[in-house]
Design a protein around this ligand. Structure first.
Ligand code: NDP
Ligand code: GDR
Length: 342
């Protein structure tokens, strides 16, 4: 029988790769999308199927994590075997500007969806997109046993979502898992996250369209992996024998400056000629260093990342240089890396 999955956040970076992965595995995929004055399905355009087509296996539904009643209705009518909660206000810097909205979507949104699963009486497995931002000020390397010490409204909201997911597992026997994912990027990454901001700027500077990029803290250390490999990890968590929580990370240790050097050098540019400081990109409290230890996922899920940060930077620069040739298209995949296992 065809397996049915519901993805919230299907229009985001991860949602688009996950939809692709699940369709490739034969699933029927349902995605939650938000009503906006302009339709924004650019990351999933290539997956679109006319719902009138009898063979269509991807369906989109209007809804919002702030609307609990709608979530109950949708869950009852779709009756999915797997639910992936990827929707969130996901930008850490923005969460300081919109703390209440972030708490409502990123934190309370998770319990609305869990409660909808319970009220609709759906027998499903549930994935919560938890984050390394929950570790915040706890020093690296971080794993599933590391103390949470969030440093932003976003991080605090994700801690709430993490605990209610665990609570629904213990209280109601729901197969609910937390994937604690470290930063993962791709040519589809949102344009205001640091990696994509850099690689887009490199392409535009190399092409003579811009001269400078304005940046915040270059000393922050992150563990940047490749998004298609991470969505494979999400899926594996829901296929496990027992529900549990897993860190996904590469274990790499790179500063924002390292990423700048790699990206600019790859395009034959000297980063110091083009990078300027702007304090507006600093955060009231910063997360200094996130470096993950994914040995549990390696052992239990047989999940191993292959793309490490320097290669990722090069993939993203190449993709942004290519995308600039087709200005107007939002992203272009790198032909060398069709996805996990390729
Ligand atoms: P994106 O920001 O690219 O995508 C977020 C998605 O959530 C979009 O589809 C967005 O819709 C949707 N969304 C936002 N608010 C609502 C709402 N109120 N109701 C319904 N949908 C909403 O995030 P990523 O794909 O990068 O990340 C996916 C998830 O994983 C997020 O929860 C993020 O916090 C988490 N995460 C991400 C990591 C990363 O490095 N990428 C690491 C760890 C965790 P729209 O397109 O309409 O804005
Ligand atoms: P992060 O990602 O906060 O780790 O959250 P982001 O790319 O925004 O920042 C990474 C680091 O770069 C520093 N930085 C800048 N960041 C941005 N965005 N813009 C700048 O100009 C800039 N200059 C320096 C930041 O201070 C920070 O230290 C991401 C999101 O995807 C979350 O949803 C997810 O949970 C975590 O990764 C894991």
């Amino acid at each position: 029988m065809t397996k049915r999955a519901l993805i919230t956040g299907i229009t985001g970076q991860d949602g688009s790769y996950l939809a692709e992965l699940l369709l490739g595995k034969g699933y029927e995929v349902h995605g939650l999308i938000r009503r906006a004055s302009t339709f924004n399905p650019s990351r999933i355009d290539h997956l679109y199927q006319d719902p009138h087509d009898p063979d269509a296996r991807m369906f989109l539904h209007y809804g919002d994590l702030s609307d609990g009643a709608r979530l109950v209705t949708l869950l009852s009518s779709i009756n999915p075997a797997e639910v992936y909660n990827l929707a969130a206000q996901s930008h850490v810097r923005v969460s300081f500007d919109e703390p209440e909205h972030t708490g409502d979507t990123t934190g309370i949104g998770a319990i609305r969806l869990l409660e909808a699963v319970r009220l609709a009486g759906v027998d499903c497995r549930y994935y919560q997109a938890s984050s390394s931002e929950m570790f915040g000020a706890s020093p690296p390397p971080q794993n599933e046993d590391t103390l949470f010490y969030p440093r932003s409204p976003y991080g605090a909201a994700k801690v709430y979502a993490y605990w209610v997911t665990k609570n629904y597992r213990e209280a109601y026997g729901l197969f609910a898992v937390n994937g604690i994912l470290f930063n993962h990027e791709s040519p589809r990454r949102g344009e205001t996250f640091v990696t994509r901001k850099i690689t887009r700027a490199v392409a535009r500077i190399a092409d003579g369209r811009e001269k400078y990029i304005y940046m915040g803290n270059l000393d922050a250390v992150r563990d940047w992996g490749y998004a298609p490999e991470y969505v494979e990890g999400m899926w594996r968590m829901l296929q496990a024998d027992e529900p549990d929580d897993f860190v996904l990370a590469t274990g790499g240790n790179h500063t924002v400056r390292d990423f700048l050097v790699e990206a600019f050098t790859h395009a034959g540019l000297n980063w110091e000629d083009h990078v300027r400081f702007d304090e507006r990109y600093l955060r009231p409290t910063e997360v200094d260093a996130l470096v993950g230890d994914a040995s549990k996922a390696q052992r239990i899920l047989d999940w191993t990342p292959r793309v490490h940060t320097p290669e990722l930077a090069r993939i993203m620069v190449d993709a942004d240089i290519e995308a600039l040739k087709h200005e107007g298209s939002h992203w272009i995949d790198h032909p060398r890396l069709p996805g996990y296992g390729a």
